[in-house]
Structure formats: C-alpha cells, structure tokens
Design a protein around this ligand. Structure first.
Ligand code: IMP
Ligand code: MG
Length: 172
C-alpha cells in the first residue's frame, strides 16, 4: 500500500485538543488516589500516552506493557503476547491503549493484572471501535469513537508503517 490510499480522518489539531481535555479530566479523577500510574500499551499507544502524560496536571507514575496481537497487516493472530511490569501492586492503574478493536488485547491485559494487585484499574483509549467488539471490556474514557475501518497514524501502524503521521487516517 502506498500514500495515495491514505485519507485523513482525525486531524492533528483535533487529537491534541481532545488529549488535553482528557489529561485534565483524568487528573481530576485521580487527584485523591495513591500512586496513580499510567500504563502505556506499546507500541500503538506510545504517542498518545506521551501527549496524555504531558497533559496531566497532577503527578503520575509511568509503566509500559508490550502487547502484540497482530501478526501482520490488518489480521489479528487471535493470540496476545504480553510483557507486564512486575511492580504494579497496590497502585491505581490507568491502562492507556491506542485502539480498542475486538477487545482481545485489553481483555488479556486486564486478566493478567486483575485485583487485588492494583487498587483500581481503569481503561483509556484514543480510538474505540465498538462495532468490532468480541470481548467484554469497560472503557472508562475514549478519545474518539470510529467506525469499523482500519486506521493508521499517531502511533498506529499497518505492518509497522505510518506510525509517524501526526493525524489519524483511514487506509484502503
Ligand atoms: P484488539 O485486541 O482486537 O482490541 O486490537 C487491539 C490492537 O490491534 C490495537 O492496540 C492495535 O495495535 C491493533 N489494531 C486494531 N485495529 C487497528 C487499526 O485500525 N489500525 C491499526 N492497528 C489496529
Ligand atoms: Mg499493529
């Protein structure tokens, strides 16, 4: 696939505005919580979580989970491999993902770190595709709800390409 198949869906300005709003809202939600910790789901959430982290108005800790569910292209392998940080016990966790599609990745992450380990656990995603859901997931905040279409940019890839785009685009 080449660049001629890309169509901007969400502009860089719209993303930044929404991320700043979310940063303020989340900061207020966690203001009384002990050890609030953002867990960024790599690789797709790396830009979103970096911008969100800078939009917080109160202090947060930072961890990373490496998750991969897509073997290649737009097809999921149906299996998720996870690298979970060891030191998350007793913390108030915000799992931050780039896209929730079938819900398999987030479902697997939640299974791997369910209470009583974290004090609280909430899920945040920049993009939500509810029409594609196969696994039950409670999404506490989403930046944008998008239709059942494959997107790239702002951290999201197609075969490791297009992550650098500052906007979200459809790829057809
Ligand atoms: P799920 O496990 O089906 O919810 O898929 C979640 C992961 O699949 C996301 O974190 C992305 O890495 C990837 N993914 C799902 N939809 C898209 C898309 O439209 N573009 C790029 N990656 C996607
Ligand atoms: Mg991918």
């Amino acid at each position: 696939m080449n660049d001629s198949t890309i169509h901007e869906l969400i502009s860089s300005e719209a993303i930044q505005q929404r991320v700043n709003e979310l940063g303020k809202e989340i900061s207020m939600d966690f203001i009384d919580k002990k050890y609030p910790t953002l867990i960024s789901v790599l690789k797709g959430a790396f830009l979103f979580s970096a911008d969100l982290f800078r939009a917080f108005t109160t202090p947060f800790r930072l961890e990373f989970i490496h998750a991969s569910s897509y073997e290649s292209g737009t097809r999921s392998s149906g299996k998720v491999s996870l690298t979970v940080p060891p030191d998350i016990k007793g913390k108030n966790l915000l799992i931050v993902d780039g896209i929730i599609d079938t819900g398999l990745t987030i479902h697997s992450i939640i299974q791997s770190i369910t209470p009583p380990d974290p004090a609280t656990l909430s899920v945040y995603t920049l993009l939500d595709k509810p029409a594609r859901r196969k696994h039950p997931v409670t999404v506490n905040y989403s930046g944008f709800t998008i239709p059942d279409t494959f997107v790239v940019g702002y951290g999201c890839d197609y075969n490791e390409q297009y992550r650098h785009l500052p906007f979200i685009a459809t790829l057809q």
